[in-house]
Design a protein around this ligand. Structure first.
Ligand code: MN
Length: 226
């Protein structure tokens, strides 16, 4: 074999190995994916602007997902269910960056599913469960708005399922109710990036508009009643 053929073969093998390793790491990196947005970015107007939805989905949420995939691989959690990872690493300083980013990836998956244009009020079994848990749909709305509005600093307000009842609670930063064994049914983002462009510091107006006009009760029922 002459020298040029040898060099060409060698380069070919190196290129192939490089290409394969690139493919496999890209595949691993896809473990956490952005949930598909089931509406156009302007569909939540006038309550949440197209610009807010676009920045929130395409920049903030995307970054949490990308970072999660990098850190899942770095810490060797590839293939493990997201809720299991979060429960396992909660409170461990070594994994705080993964906990925050992966929590936020899951939270935003739930958030973008929790909103829907032209929302209809809850009905049937879903409404019965709300009535049983809070007394009435109006009482639910009042408590949900109040708790979201009064949560200090960044975080989330959740409707969760605890056995056969619904409860409202808030979490800070990127935490998610799955870490304490509860099922998140609806989740609303309280970070300023989710409302500041539209409402400035008026979180109560954002909470009121979202609660009264955008909550996706079909999604809630699909989580709750299965
Ligand atoms: Mn957010």
């Amino acid at each position: 074999m002459n020298r040029i053929i040898k060099i060409t073969l060698f380069a070919g093998i190196i290129f192939t190995l490089f290409f394969l390793s690139g493919c496999s790491s890209e595949k691993k990196g896809d473990q956490v994916k952005q949930v598909k947005l089931n509406y156009s970015t302007n569909a939540l107007e006038p309550y949440i602007s197209s610009r807010t939805v676009d920045l929130h989905y395409s920049i903030h949420y995307k970054k949490y997902v990308e970072k999660s995939n990098q850190l899942i691989e770095k810490f060797g959690f590839t293939g493990k269910p997201v809720a299991d990872i979060l429960r396992k690493i909660k409170g461990n300083e070594k994994y705080s960056s993964l906990f925050n980013n992966l929590g936020q990836a899951l939270n935003h998956d739930i958030y973008f599913n929790s909103l829907v244009p032209e929302a209809k009020p809850p009905a049937g079994e879903m409404l019965e469960m709300i009535n049983r848990s809070f007394g009435s749909y109006d009482a639910f709305k009042k408590e949900f708005i109040l708790k979201g509005n009064s949560h200090f600093a960044s975080g989330w307000v959740w409707l969760v399922k605890n056995n056969d009842r619904l409860e409202i609670l808030t979490t800070s930063n990127g935490d998610n109710p799955v870490t304490i064994g509860l099922v998140p049914v609806l989740g609303i983002d309280l970070w300023e990036h989710s409302y500041y462009l539209d409402y400035e510091n008026r979180r109560s107006d954002y909470m009121k508009n979202v609660t009264e006009n955008l909550l996706n009760w079909d999604y809630a029922a699909s989580v709750c009643l299965k």
